[in-house]
Design a protein around this ligand. Structure first.
Ligand SMILES: [Zn+2]
Length: 366
């Protein structure tokens, strides 16, 4: 993988490339970031970069033999370790599945990976055998690249077996790099954490996700923006939202609030029916989107120069609401919608919930 294929993360990319250019590579690094931020992609791009035979200042060349093998995840000096199923399982036995899954979506989460392995409800783990295998693999000399790399995805799954790796992480063979990629530092052994250099990977910005979706999938700007907002910096979630987005939340929100503000009560039952029938996930998306709209209104009220990150029809509606309503009203609405989200997640009857919510919102909005 090349750095240019990764969404956003400009500073992290620069930091990683400079560390290689100045020969300041830490031999054990922990890439720590929430799901969908691209931590695994960054580790893959870094592994390719340090072993590229024709490294550029801004990326690996993508054409040398090391790059070509890295890109297909078949480089003999880059080893992968990840959660597997069963007490004797080893990553090496699942390389085909791993390549397939990562090349398809390097932003995947562990749940998707285990589903890919058809794990049903079985837990993933990184076994003692696996740790022994890592030690064995790293004791060979490199075949063809400057560095021998162990990319360990999800050290959270190591459990106490991780202690078997402490010695080799602390005193690795020459030219050996450990790249660990984790989501939750609390679940990684302290003994491992203390032996790695921590690299925190931030969330991807909404704008970067939006622009990427427009460019890659040709989404229209409004739709791409809705997905970017709901994904909260998680590109894996953005892909999931895009695959399941049958509803235009912007249009739905404008219609809903217009009915409530203009007291068109005759139109309310049909809209409540529509909301009630669209499925729980879509209802949650709609409510989350409504919260985003209200947050934008609150920001605008607080900071008049704030640029509203919403579509044009929504802006017109927001201006009208801002003229006629106080801060306390927006806060109350925010609370009401937030409570509804909580109840929808806990299987409340959606028809009753959206009807009650609409009445309360209508009573409080001018
Ligand atoms: Zn190259």
């Amino acid at each position: 993988m090349q750095f240019k294929q990764i969404i956003g993360q400009t500073n992290t990319k620069r930091y990683l490339m400079e560390s290689a250019q100045h020969d300041h590579i830490s031999h054990a690094q922990l890439f720590l970031g929430n799901e969908g931020c691209g931590a695994l992609s960054l580790a893959l791009a870094f592994a390719q970069y340090v072993n590229c035979s024709n490294r550029q200042t801004d990326d690996s060349c993508g054409r040398c033999s090391n790059c070509k093998k890295s890109q297909k995840l078949i480089h003999p000096d880059i080893h992968y370790c990840y959660p597997t199923i069963g007490s004797k399982a080893k990553s090496t036995d699942l390389l085909t599945e791993w390549r397939e899954a990562v090349l398809k979506n390097p932003y995947m989460n562990v749940f998707q990976w285990l589903q890919h392995l058809k794990a049903d409800n079985k837990q993933g783990n990184i076994t003692a055998e696996e740790c022994e295998d890592i030690i064995r693999k790293l004791s060979f000399t490199t075949y063809e690249a400057p560095y021998k790399i162990l990319l360990l995805w999800m050290p959270e799954y190591l459990g106490k077996e991780g202690n078997r790796l402490l010695k080799i992480i602390e005193e690795p063979p020459p030219n050996t790099l450990f790249l660990l990629v984790a989501e939750n530092a609390n679940l990684v052994l302290n003994t491992i954490l203390s032996r790695t250099q921590l690299l925190r990977i931030p969330r991807i910005s909404e704008t970067e996700i939006q622009e990427y979706l427009q460019e890659k999938f040709g989404l229209n700007p409004n739709f791409a923006q809705q997905i970017a907002i709901l994904s909260e910096g998680n590109y894996n979630e953005a892909l999931n939202l895009m695959a399941n987005a049958n509803h235009d939340n912007q249009q739905l929100l404008v219609r809903w609030l217009t009915i409530l503000v203009e007291k068109q009560t005759q139109n309310l039952p049909a809209l409540v029916d529509q909301l009630a029938e669209m499925g729980r996930e879509a209802q949650k998306h709609f409510l989350r989107y409504s919260l985003h709209f209200l947050r934008q209104c609150l920001l605008k009220q607080h900071l008049p120069q704030h640029h509203l990150a919403i579509s044009t029809p929504e802006k017109e509606l927001a201006q009208q609401l801002l003229q006629n309503n106080q801060r306390s009203q927006f806060e109350l609405l925010y609370q009401l919608i937030n409570d509804s989200f909580y109840h929808i997640e806990r299987n409340a009857n959606p028809r009753i919930l959206f009807f009650n919510l609409s009445i309360k919102v209508g009573d409080n909005l001018k």
